[in-house]
Design a protein around this ligand. Structure first.
Ligand code: DON
Length: 307
C-alpha cells in the first residue's frame, strides 16, 4: 500500500464519491427513503486493528449480509449433514429473490439466496427452540461476530414484513417441498427480523474479520464458530455471495463477499482482514454500486485477489 491506511481509505472514498448511479432498494419502503449519499468504509485486520472513514457511525440494516453468519450458526448448531440436507451449495446464477430450487430434491440451491436463507434461518439453534428463542440465538450469534450487542430496527422490520409477499411465496413453496417443517409465515417473520438488525461499517468489518480470523473475534478474543464452519461459509460466499454477479465479482475482485440491499458490502481476506463498505445505491443485481467500485479499487491497489 502506498500511503498509511486511514489516508488511503479516505482517498479511496473520494475516488468513488461522485458516482451517483444506481438506486436505493424500493421494494422495502423504509429502504427507499434512505439517504443515498451516505458513504463509508472500514477495515479490521486479523489482529484487531480497525480503520474507518466516511459515515462510519451511521447504522443501517444488515439485510442479506446476515445470511453467511446465520449459515455459520446453523452449521455450528445442527452440523453439516443436517444443513446440507436442506440447502445446497451451488451458485444459482439467478437473482437473490428467485425460487432457484434443485431439481429432484427441492432444496434451495444455496444459503445466500432468499429461499436458502429463509431455510437456514430455521436451522439456527438446537431443534425445538421457540421462534423467539431462535431469534435470540441469532441476535446473540451475530452480536458475538460483531463484538457488541446488535438491535433490530423495528421500522425496517415492520416495513419489510408488511410487503414480504415474495418471501412468503418462497417460504410456502419450501413448506410444500418439505424443506421447511414449520409455518412459512413464522419462518419469514424470523428471517425478516434477522435482516433488520442494525450495523455500522465498523461492525461489519469486525464481523468479516472474525471470518478472516478462522472464527475468532480478533477484538474480543471470543471463539464464535470453528475454522471448519468458517471454511464452508467463506466458500459459499465466494461462489454465491454476489448472486448473479458472483462470477464477475470473483474474476475482478477475487475474495469471498456478501452484499445487502441496504447498501452494505463485506469481503473477508482469510488470514488478513475484514473489509466493509456502505453506500445505498444498488446495481441491477442488488449490490452497492460504489461498494463494488471500492472493492475493485482495493484489489487493484493492494493485490487482494486470492488467485
Ligand atoms: O429478503 C430480502 O429481500 C431482504 N431482507 C434481503 C435481500 C438482500 O439484502 C439482497 N442482497 N443484496
Amino acid at each position: 500500500m502506498r500511503s498509511p491506511i486511514p489516508e488511503y481509505l479516505a482517498e479511496a472514498l473520494s475516488h468513488v464519491a461522485s458516482d451517483d448511479s444506481g438506486a436505493t432498494a424500493d421494494y422495502i419502503p423504509q429502504l427507499a427513503d434512505a439517504d443515498p449519499d451516505r458513504l463509508a468504509v472500514a477495515m479490521c485486520t486479523e489482529d484487531g486493528r480497525l480503520y474507518s472513514q466516511g459515515d462510519c457511525d451511521v447504522e443501517f440494516s444488515i439485510q442479506s449480509i446476515s445470511k453467511p453468519f446465520v449459515y455459520a450458526l446453523a452449521l455450528a448448531d445442527r452440523g453439516f449433514d443436517a444443513v446440507l440436507d436442506k440447502v445446497g451449495v451451488e451458485p444459482s446464477g439467478d437473482a437473490f429473490n428467485e425460487i432457484s430450487l434443485e431439481p429432484g430434491t427441492g432444496r434451495p440451491l444455496n444459503p445466500m439466496i432468499n429461499a436458502g436463507a429463509i431455510t437456514t434461518h430455521t436451522l439456527a439453534g438446537p431443534p425445538g427452540l421457540s421462534v423467539d428463542e431462535r431469534s435470540e440465538r441469532i441476535v446473540d450469534g451475530l452480536s458475538a461476530f460483531a463484538g457488541r450487542r446488535l438491535e433490530v430496527d423495528a421500522a425496517v422490520f415492520e416495513s419489510e414484513l408488511r410487503t414480504s409477499f415474495r418471501n412468503r411465496a418462497l417460504a410456502n413453496m419450501l413448506r410444500a417441498n418439505d424443506i421447511l417443517d414449520e409455518d412459512p409465515l413464522m419462518a419469514v417473520t424470523g428471517y425478516t427480523r434477522q435482516c433488520s438488525l442494525l450495523v455500522t461499517v465498523n461492525d461489519l468489518a469486525l464481523m468479516a474479520a472474525t471470518l478472516a480470523n478462522r472464527g475468532v473475534n480478533p477484538v474480543t478474543g471470543a471463539p464464535v464458530v470453528s475454522a471448519r464452519v468458517v471454511r464452508q461459509t467463506l466458500s459459499v460466499m465466494a461462489t454465491c455471495g454476489m448472486y448473479d454477479g458472483a462470477g464477475d465479482w470473483m474474476t475482478k475482485v477475487g475474495i469471498p463477499a456478501k452484499s445487502g440491499v441496504a447498501g452494505g458490502l463485506i469481503g473477508a481476506l482469510p488470514g488478513q482482514a475484514g473489509i466493509a463498505t456502505f453506500s445505498p445505491r444498488l446495481d441491477r443485481h442488488g449490490n452497492s454500486v460504489r461498494g463494488v467500485d471500492l472493492f475493485r479499487k482495493f484489489t487493484s491497489d493492494m493485490g487482494m485477489h486470492l488467485m
